[in-house]
Each structure stands twice: as C-alpha cells, then as structure tokens.
Design a protein. Sequence first.
Length: 256
Amino acid sequence: MNQVQEIVRLVDGVLGQDVIGIYLHGSSVLGGLRPASDVDVLVVSRRRMNEQDRRALLRGLLQISGSGNKVRPVELTVVVQSEIRPWRYPPTGDFLYGEWLRPEYEAGEIPPPEPMPDLALLITMSLIGDHPLTGPRPAQILDPVPQTDLVRASVAGIPGLLDDLDSDTRNVLLTFARIWTTLATGEIKSKDTAADWALAQLPPEHRPALEHARQLYLNCPYSEERWSNALQAQVRPHVDRVLAEINRLLTRTPRV
C-alpha cells in the first residue's frame, strides 16, 4: 500500500461516513512532487472530531509521515464543511498535522480546532488541482475563495516566515516568491514557477539567493542542502526587496 492510500485508509477509519471528500493539493497538483515535497491533503468532514478521533488520527499520521527516501512528510488538514461553506474568513480548521510539529505532537500535544487563514490557499489549490482521493470533485463541495481573501491569507503568514528565515531558508524564499506572484497575478503557482516569475522581476543583484532556493527545491533533499557564506549574506537583502514589492502591491489592493 502506498503512502497516499495509507492516509485515505487512516482518515476513513477515524471519520468513517462523516468524510465528505479527501483532496490532494500543493506540489502534488501544482507541478509535481519534488525531492523534499510534502504530501498535502485536505479532508472535508461533516462534523468536528472529538478528542479520541484526534488522538487516533495523530497516532496514525506519526507512523505514516516521515522524511526518508520512501516516506514523504505529510501535511494533513481537516476542515468541517459548515466552517467553509458558505465561505467566510478566517475559517476554522478542525485539525492540522505537519511534520514540523512532530516534536510537539510526540510530547503529547493534540491538534485543536483553531482559526486557519491558510485554508483559503489550500481550498483554492484543491479546486485548481481537482484531484479527489475520495468523494466528489472539489467544486461540488467547496466554494471558490474571493481574491481579497487569497491576499489576506497570503500575507497573514509573513511574520512567521520571517521567524523561520534562518532555519528554513529555502522554503521561506520560495513562499515569499509565491506570495508576490499571487498578489501580482491573482494565481497560485508552483514554487518553482513562482520563483521563475519573481526572478524575471528582480534586478540581478537580488536573484542569486532565490535561484539557489529554486535549484534546491527542484533537485535536493533537505539533508543535502547547503548555503555558502556568500549566498547567506544575500538572503536578507533579497527578502527585503521582495517584501517591498509585496507591500507596494498591497497599497494598491482595496481594503477589506
């Protein structure tokens, strides 16, 4: 049984008939999985999970998710349909598993329901990808997200990205490129395609750090990631330039 099938079996075992649909999003549907890509899954449910359900789902994901050659990290989000249809912002997510949270989960923390602006992006990617693992096509159960809320969701994560700049440089630079691209074009693109777009807008002195992040994304697992001192010195100036471009676009966006 492959990893995606294991995820589906686990979710069905925990939620049973309350599962409306399970959908791939992220790299799987926007351009293909790369060496370090997560398997991104959105679960739409009829009901909120109880603590027993949460523990069972978490226990299973800790076994399924990983970072080896044959086992990819899993990012799984559960949302109750009534929280997102009719659409409203910010939506509440019922459960989130991500490999970056493994230490907290192994220490006994259980993912609680919480506001999750990022669901605006996940739902949009699920609609674009149109890749149900179970259930109807996503357009049958998910409302489209207004562009204003895509913008709000995109910029909501900027403070957290800045906090992670030193520890997760590759992904932070690529995510900033995607935010800039989304604000400028109205589309959510794959990380490498967003980087291509951003590189074409940047002056030469601000390209090397993003070019390196793009090459790492396309070709390199995290265990082999390297940044020279010269490239590290260019990371913050690059980010400052991209954030200036993002802020410039935000001043043109109608307030909501």
